[in-house]
Design a protein around this ligand. Sequence first.
Ligand SMILES: *Cc1c(COP(=O)(O)O)cnc(C)c1O
Length: 345
Amino acid sequence: MSTGRLNIDLDAVVANWRALDGMTTCKTAAVVKANGYGLGSANVAKALFKAGVRQFFIAVAEEAAPIRAELGDKPDINVFSGHMKGDTDLIRELRLTPMLNSVEQMTRHFETLPGHPFGIQLDTGMNRLGMEPQEWAAVAELVLSQNPTLVMSHLACADEPDHPMNPHQLDIFKQLTDGISVPRSLAATGGILLGSEYHFDLTRPGIGLYGGLPFTDATPVVELDLPIVQVRDVAAGEVVGYANSWQAERATRLATVSGGYADGIFRILSDKATLFHGNTPCPLVGRVSMDLLTIDITDLDETPDKLTLIGPQQSVDDLASAAKTIGYEVLTQLGARYTRKTYGK
Ligand SMILES: *Cc1c(COP(=O)(O)O)cnc(C)c1O
């Protein structure tokens, strides 16, 4: 066995959902798009369903299939991208609730699936998805007469609590929706942490469930160990890896580890990442290759059979910051080649 081993703790996902749910007095959904942020949407949704979650969100209709197959008809599955051309059969057959993003989508939905549940997504300034305020003004009355399940919008800067965009979007969302009797939703993970004004009737956390920032108090969900395939001793002056990009300054014990950019270990981590044996850091030296990393283990007293890339010593967000990215990207790029062990509920 020479693939990396990815441990996914579903009890930690549930604990994170409960913690986020406990910060509000409204309902809490779960965002399981992108295959549950790379961790397996069916397993994640199953564990959360057992914990009481009945509303899930995905990005595109196709992502619903494994979740419906696992959970049957009970939970609501909401689709952020709405009702696209070509989605109609999936929306009907998998009983999805599209968040309609435009008058065009609204028209398509009412014409092709009259009476089928839907929600509305409004743009409050992010300019990514949702009806513009003028569009909403023109159709709100008609839409509200058709009993939408939800009216939602999304915050652009919620991970920065002091950003003026937050109250600005809150204000616009209120102007567009105050007085309607339909449930409202504005907050993802970051919005939950902004406080009760942002919570409305339903929150939509994603990253916080999976242990990532901005939810600083999250329970870690993933650990990643990479097996050592070979160990060698190189003399001072010898070079290592593609382009000879690292040269030993001392006699060095080098471990070649299974895992590379094809597994989501970004190439920008060349000469930068740190792996761990227990608490001892072992620096990555030379380039990240497609399938392998070369690690300086000179300072270890023993030769282990694996090294840890994500674990108690180094979080997903620590690794993300070394790679100049965010935890969301590290998680969603975790490779398909790892041996995945999912445990917990
Ligand atoms: C991805 C997404 C979420 C979840 O966001 P997190 O920051 O991961 O909590 C919520 N709402 C929308 C519209 C999204 O695209």
